[in-house]
Design a protein around this ligand. Structure first.
Ligand code: COA
Length: 187
């Protein structure tokens, strides 16, 4: 499987597909009522983006990558230096407390992993690891940060994945109804 995964930079034309794929992983009140354990085990996306938002970020960031097999997108990582996050912040309706924390604590060249996802049926085959390997290549000598939902439900899949690839927990920050763990991997 690993040999068949191609990782490339995301482009504007990927945006509609990403919006649709993200919707399938988006946490919702229904899911929260029915399947807490499953959600925690499999992971979930808290702030799925619109197609326009994916397009803007794909245009701006070298660190927004997709993984594909043949022509099909099977995963993506949406990441950008904090400098870009700062510029995007005024148009963002989510994560303002987290953004504040990052801008206060880390240099602007630090790369923020905002979202990472592997589609259902392709998990535990190394897709997210392949995306991270590519990030490490293009971001050699960069520190990385991310946030992971700790409460009211814990994203255990994300937690275990990021720990596996070398991130450590450094803080917990409240954001609206959420508690978010802050994790980093410093150079
Ligand atoms: C978290 C996520 C991106 C991991 O993607 P993936 O392609 O399955 O990850 P990999 O196959 O590269 O896993 C690498 C290692 O991470 C750990 N890991 C990944 N997912 C795990 C899970 N659900 N439970 C336990 N460990 C996990 C394991 O150590 C794994 O190695 P192994 O399979 O040899 O045991 C995926 O579960 C996902 O997309 N979840 C839904 C969206 C989400 O929660 N995204 C994060 C927040 S934005």
């Amino acid at each position: 499987m690993k040999e068949r995964i191609l990782v490339r930079r995301a482009v504007g034309d990927d945006a509609d597909t990403l919006e649709q794929l993200a919707r399938t992983q988006q946490i919702s009140d229904d899911k929260l009522e029915n399947s807490l354990d499953e959600l925690s085990r499999n992971g979930f996306i808290t702030w799925g983006q619109t197609s326009d938002s994916y397009r803007t970020r794909a245009d701006l960031s070298d660190y927004f990558l997709v993984a594909q097999v043949d022509q099909e997108i099977i995963g993506w990582v949406m990441a950008y230096p904090l400098e870009i996050l700062r510029d995007l912040q005024s148009g963002m309706s989510y994560e303002d407390k987290i953004v504040e924390y990052f801008l206060d604590q880390y240099p602007l060249e630090t790369v923020f992993i905002d979202q990472i996802c592997t589609i259902d049926g392709m998990r535990r085959c190394g897709v997210a690891t392949a995306l991270d390997e590519h990030l490490r290549n293009i971001g050699a000598n960069k520190s990385f940060v991310t946030d992971i939902i700790h409460g009211p439900i814990r994203n255990e899949a994300s937690n275990l994945f990021f720990k596996k690839i070398g991130f450590i927990e450094v803080a917990e920050v409240p954001q609206d109804q959420w508690f978010l763990g802050i994790y980093d991997r410093r150079v």
